[in-house]
Design a protein around this ligand. Sequence first.
Ligand code: T1G
Length: 667
Amino acid sequence: MSVVSTTVEDGVAVLTMDNPPVNSGNAAMRSGLADALDSIAAREDIRAVVIASANKHFYAGSDISEFDRPLVDPQLPAVIERIETLTVPVVAAITGLALGGGFELALGCDARIADTTAAVGFPEVTLGILPGAGGTVRGARLVGVPAAIDLVASARRVKADEALRLGLVDEVVESADLVHAATERAQQMQGKNRLRDRTAPAASVEEIDAARAIASKRARPNVLAAIEAVCRGVDIDASDALAEERLLFDSLRVGAESSNLRYLFFAKSAAAKALRTEAKAPAVSVVGIAGAGTMGAALARAFRARRYDVIVYDTNRQALDRVTANSDITVTDSIADLGKTGLIVDAVFEDMDVKKSLLTSLEPHLADDAVIVSNTSYLDLNEMASALDRPQRFAGLHFFNPPDRNPLVEVIRAGTTDGSTLAVLASIVAKLGKSPIPAGIGDGFVANRVYADYRSQVEFLVEEGASPAEVDAALVELGFAIGPFAVADMSGLDIAWARRKRLAPNRDPEQRYVTIADRLCEAGRLGKKTGAGWYAYPDGAKRGIPDEVAASIIDDARRDAGVAPRSIDGDEIRDRVQGSMVCAAASLVENGIAGRASDIDVAMTEGFAFPKWLGGPVRALALRDPSDVIDVLAVVHRSCPLSFASAEPATRGEMPELIGRILESVR
Ligand code: T1G
């Protein structure tokens, strides 16, 4: 049964695409469209065509899973060519998403009618490629080079009203009227209106250069190629431009960067899928935040930005005033007011007694189906749940700074969390546009556990002879936007210092411990906010500079640790950082705290700015030569045999079995 059906009425053929769940453009869809278009071309009685969807989305783009092997004919350009070769007008009836190839299909039509749920865009650059079926060529001929550069390079989705304003669609109607409006439009049109025959709307050199400059900032090679394709495409014959664009697309598609980004796309999908349950999720429209501190206020903004009604509760009036200062968020110092909410996020002080007392006073005010989550970074959720009469309504929802911008969130089941609570959380994180990973209960859950080992390793490297600036530079060269010591100075050294002091009594004496960060804090160097941390910030400088005081503190710590400093090159720094993260991933998967190794790649790329085009630390090491990997793991193990016990076999030249398995799982 074809995924494309055709109905004909009054000489108008309506092609309906039905390839659930998202109408992705796989081989079946393309051949269904090609066959339907070929049949129409052979008929004399058809005077107009509409291409519509039977589902929520028009066409969510090409099927990404097909990109790892040679593409099957007919490929999308050949389908679009059939549309342009038809002598009768073809109108796209866009509902929901028309992304990538889906929007390119619509651009091959002679007109585009959208309904109010429609959104169009070119997400291709987020997959390490560029639009490969005419998006750079027809897009520029429709809206001009500057707007086309923005669309192709930003990958942003354009909602129906803006799409109409930009000229990306010709009309916006209610969903119920969509096919009718598209049919009417097709019947009224006097012949074709092929974008490939147009010249691009005029744009000045200044406008083009301005758009290029914005789009090129920190742009990856594929984005630069996409910008060039847009600019060049309007100056040459459309057929040549389309052919050049396709060649570029094909060369990028088979490259490592695109393969890694596609891997991450499916890794995020797998992590989100792991959270799905059969249970029904009661709809939540009002969210309560308990705690108006920095995190609570940022969480309130994050929920508000996704059109939840938000009530922030705190007993501290000044904190509440800061929340209301520039937002339409309700605040209250009465905990009873949280009774109106369907989800309450605990963002109070990280202390078990404080949290348990909050839960005990909160619960009596709540409806039975209201869900409570804690944003705790490391406290035991099962102990917290014990404070509730209905612990099944409770889980962890761990956001990452800044929560209104950082897409990563960990969904942590307590032992008592039920399916309905999980269903609520799955729908909440989807509506927030987050990249969720499931996490089990353990110190630091998943992401902070990996981050802790990363942080330990970079401090080992400084103790052994690298400077903070050398470590930061090596990791910026890997692709991080800024290095770990610059990040530490930005967020402040005191938070981690307080935690180390709290954990000191239980620290294993066998655990390698670097005292440099403690010594910096004891010297009052708490980071940028105190004018100095790992770096100095003279006169409130934005960027830190290495200084003698930090250097001498580091030298003292090396001497007291009996470490003779040596020069350490960038490759060793990058290898040891990635190797440490992989060791952490292996133990998290083995202990069932992480569901799968790719979740660690999602966490580190989404939440900690590990370069996405490498696929994440596990993927990056998995693509290395196994003998290199063994050497890397041996060095990591020697840096701290206790922390990196899982790498021990590598010191004997063997691939550790568990690590070998998780590397295999992400290839
Ligand atoms: N290819 C293959 N599978 C896809 C897919 C795609 N494009 N989009 C979604 N899926 C799967 C997904 O893995 C999941 O599978 C199920 O569909 C539901 O997705 C030639 C070259 C459209 C916004 O980048 O952004 O066109 O886990 O859970 O939350 O120039 O999916 O159920 O087994 O994400 O409602 C461009 C990618 C491709 C869009 C829907 N298109 N997709 O989100 O559902 S390149 C994209 C999405 C291209 C042309 C170029 C989202 C969505 P499973 P879901 P959702």
